[in-house]
Write a protein that binds this ligand. Sequence first.
Ligand SMILES: C[S@@+](CC[C@H](N)C(=O)[O-])C[C@H]1O[C@@H](n2cnc3c(N)ncnc32)[C@H](O)[C@@H]1O
Length: 338
Amino acid sequence: MDRNKLEKKAKGKLQKQICQVVLDHFEKQYTAELRDAWSSVRDVLTSPWCWQHAVLLNRFSQNPGLESSLAEQGYHPAFPAALPYLPAALRCYSRTAPGRFPAQKHQPGRLKDYYLLNAASLLPVLALEVKDGEAVLDLCAAPGGKSVAILQCACPGHFHCNEYDDLRSRWLEQTIESFIPAPLINLITVSKLDGRQIGDLQPEFYDKVLVDAPCSNDRSWLFSADPQQAVLRLMQRKELSSLQFQLLRSAVQALRPGGSLVYSTCTLSRAENSDVINLILNSCRNVMPVDLSGMARGVSQEFTFLSGMQQHELLVLPEKGRAWGPMYVAKLKKVSST
Ligand SMILES: C[S@@+](CC[C@H](N)C(=O)[O-])C[C@H]1O[C@@H](n2cnc3c(N)ncnc32)[C@H](O)[C@@H]1O
């Protein structure tokens, strides 16, 4: 079948799967929240054939031919080399053309060479600025993309990856085994705790905490296969803000004074993004916002950000040719114990 026919077939197949009840709900909410920006974001979110996938190389595996085969297929480094936030060991490739580099199968005893991801998923990791030797907590870690990315950037002294859901926790363990070699794995603890309890269990223990929170996940909700389940999810959506706030409060508690946290979601929803961060800033007097505008300027060639955000937050808006996001990122610092 020629390329046009294949594309048409893919379009037809994927178009049918859009869940109208979710699209209608988003249409109303995001027209109010994003105004003019929403229609182009909606065009990307509802057109999966134009979605892009970045390729994050695994610094622990050896595949000498990989970078040249990526270059042959039009991939280039996703981030400018001079970016102050960019650790030298982090190598991520992207291309403007849609499509996906072939995924690698899990092979026992062999490390994978790369992880496929939405390039915007690396922004929370870059914002966290993990340094060698630090104690790091990834509070909501499965399937483990950001945990793997953190370990491409630095070698923490202790790395705690937590995931509440049993099945997803096993997926997380498998991801770690597939990407991280034996000596480094000993620095990693995987737990299955409710992230809301970790602040009480390990108060003031961590230098850095990532809260990549459970959220509405706009991309996947738009393609919900079961409309009844979609309606239920939309009704329960308000409860997510409360869970996100409690996870953040636990993260603040788990941070040592002087430590910092990054909060991220893959939704455009203000209630799960800025509103949750504002609530934490208003209720925890020992937490201060950290300016991310330098990082945003540094990566502005690759990402489109919603304008008018505060300096401690970013919202990546998917755009044709830069179909990354949605991804909300905010950074906070704990300045004292209370
Ligand atoms: C957005 S996903 C995390 C993605 C992951 N950070 C990555 O990059 O691969 C959010 C995760 O939080 C988990 N979760 C939900 N409630 C939780 C809780 N109370 N404590 C910890 N994790 C929770 C979900 O099961 C889900 O796997």
